[in-house]
Design a protein around this ligand. Structure first.
Ligand code: B12
Ligand code: SF4
Length: 403
């Protein structure tokens, strides 16, 4: 499934609002990019082309796919068809701002959210680069201006359907919605702070419900809250659910839940507001491993939340992330047994942790001799507890072949 380009649509909406003409081109994973990009460039003759870099790779240790190579082709096609400046941004870009810019051969990068930064960059370019570069910009010579994050999100427009949802059968598609950015929880492997910062910054629940109401009037009903932790802070999650219940929109939505701070009241409100499935990222079912990953919950809390959600009719899609620092055969078996005992609706098991720059996991990998300290990590590198390198992939493959 190729996620709909919510991030790029947010940047496009902000750019239109700043008075620029915009045309969005959404490329599928198997798109003939030349055929899709050239006509758009010929029609619009852009001065600047923005390219959204969402994925670097698929985080799959056994058979990793490096996804940036096809985007290099996209940048090359843009270059060949136009003399426009090429600006890159997006979640994947923000994790590796220097190395992705160099790899893609683009002109400028924007690290972090693009709604303020991209229009500011356009003004700076229009004015002939007379002042210092605006925040969040990166240049091929290595110079850059620090990223700043907006303290609240209501100043950023939510994109209208015509910008990104104007395709056949779009009303049958699950539409991404974002209400919050940032995560302060510091799991040892996580790249979110590079993309969105640590503090949680929100949209007002009123503006989210207004946007969903407008989409509902246009026939959209299926949504996916892409917030890293839908339940944080719980007071906001409850307020949003209550407003959705009063609006009575008949929505069906999924969300990502951190398995702590979900009480019965929140679970009931979520179900009543239309939540049908959650991703429950507990990642381990071993009390020894949870603190190693810097998870702030216990197995008992995971079980209680999982049961509470099941009790209100919400499906639970669980995740295990095995092979982290100090993982042993025993902790793996504990995790598998724990996950099975939850009777989840689905379980995804990942073996090996993708190492991202400037994370505690990267430091551990260097200390454990798995990684050189100067590796820029753009080409995927994985942490797997040295003791389990041979045994763990085989153990999981055997389990999956039985199921
Ligand atoms: C929700 C989510 C999913 C959902 C998507 C649901 C949906 N319907 O959209 C699901 C579960 C399906 C998913 C799947 C995958 N995901 Co995912 N996902 C996310 C998550 C948590 C949020 C993405 C999101 O929607 N953000 C909201 C929008 C508004 O933000 P945004 O896209 O970042 O855009 C902003 C800025 O980046 C910037 N921007 C964006 N584009 C552009 C362009 C320009 C020119 C500029 C200037 C700025 C700019 O401005 C935007 C507005 O502020 C991110 C983590 C994160 N915190 O970003 C991971 C993340 C993007 N996913 C990631 C990965 C790896 C995957 C998978 C490959 C996992 C897998 N093995 O299957 C798949 C890929 C699916 C695919 N085919 O592309 C990685 C990507 C990094 C990497 N290693 O490649 C991330 C960063 C998580 C991580 N590990 O760090 N994912
Ligand atoms: S809860 Fe999710 S987003 Fe937050 S630090 Fe952990 S993995 Fe990252």
């Amino acid at each position: 499934m190729v996620p709909l380009p919510l991030g790029l649509a947010c940047v496009a909406a902000a750019t239109e609002r700043a008075g620029h003409g915009v045309r969005m081109v959404a490329l599928g994973s198997d798109a003939d990019c030349e055929k899709e990009i050239r006509p758009a460039i010929e029609q619009l003759s852009p001065d600047v082309i923005g390219v959204s870099v969402r994925n670097i790779d698929d985080q799959n240790m056994q058979s990793p796919h490096f996804l940036l190579a096809s985007l290099r082709q996209v940048v090359a096609v843009c270059r060949a068809a136009s003399s426009a400046r090429i600006v890159v941004g997006g979640a994947g870009y923000s994790i590796f701002p220097g190395s992705v810019l160099a790899y893609l051969g683009a002109d400028i990068g924007i690290r972090g959210e693009g709604e303020a930064a991209f229009p500011a960059l356009l003004s700076w370019l229009e004015q002939g680069r007379q002042s210092p570069p605006p925040p969040a910009t990166y240049f091929p010579d290595g110079s850059h201006a620090a990223t700043t994050f907006a303290p609240a999100l209501d100043d950023f427009l939510l994109p209208e359907p015509r910008l990104w949802l104007d395709f056949p059968d779009s009303t049958a598609t699950r539409i991404p919605v974002q209400t919050r950015r940032g995560c302060p929880l510091d799991c040892i492997y996580c790249s979110t702070s590079a993309i969105e910062g640590r503090p949680i910054r929100r949209r007002s629940s009123e503006s989210v419900v207004r946007w969903l109401t407008a989409l509902r009037k246009n026939g959209f009903r299926y949504f996916h809250f892409v917030d890293n932790t839908f339940n944080l802070p719980p007071s906001y999650a409850k307020e949003l659910c209550r407003k959705l219940i009063s609006a009575d929109l008949g929505l069906d939505w999924w969300a990502i839940v951190y398995p702590k701070w979900v009480d019965t009241e929140l679970a009931e409100l979520m179900a009543k507001a239309g939540c049908t499935e959650v991703s429950l990222g507990f990642e381990s079912g071993s009390e020894t491993m949870l603190p190693q990953l810097n998870k702030r919950f216990t197995c008992t809390e995971v079980r209680k939340i999982s049961d509470t959600l099941a009790g209100v009719g919400v499906k639970r899609y669980g995740f295990l992330l095995l092979g982290g620092p100090r993982e042993t055969m025993e902790t793996v078996e504990e995790s598998l047994e724990f996950a099975d005992s939850l009777r989840l609706d689905e379980l995804k098991i990942t073996v090996g942790l993708r190492i991202y720059p400037q994370t505690p996991l990267a430091l551990t990998a260097v200390a454990d001799g798995l990684l050189k300290s100067d590796d820029n990590l753009l080409f995927p590198r994985f942490y797997i507890s040295p003791l389990l390198r041979d045994w763990l992939p085989d153990r999981i493959a055997r389990r999956e072949s039985r199921q």
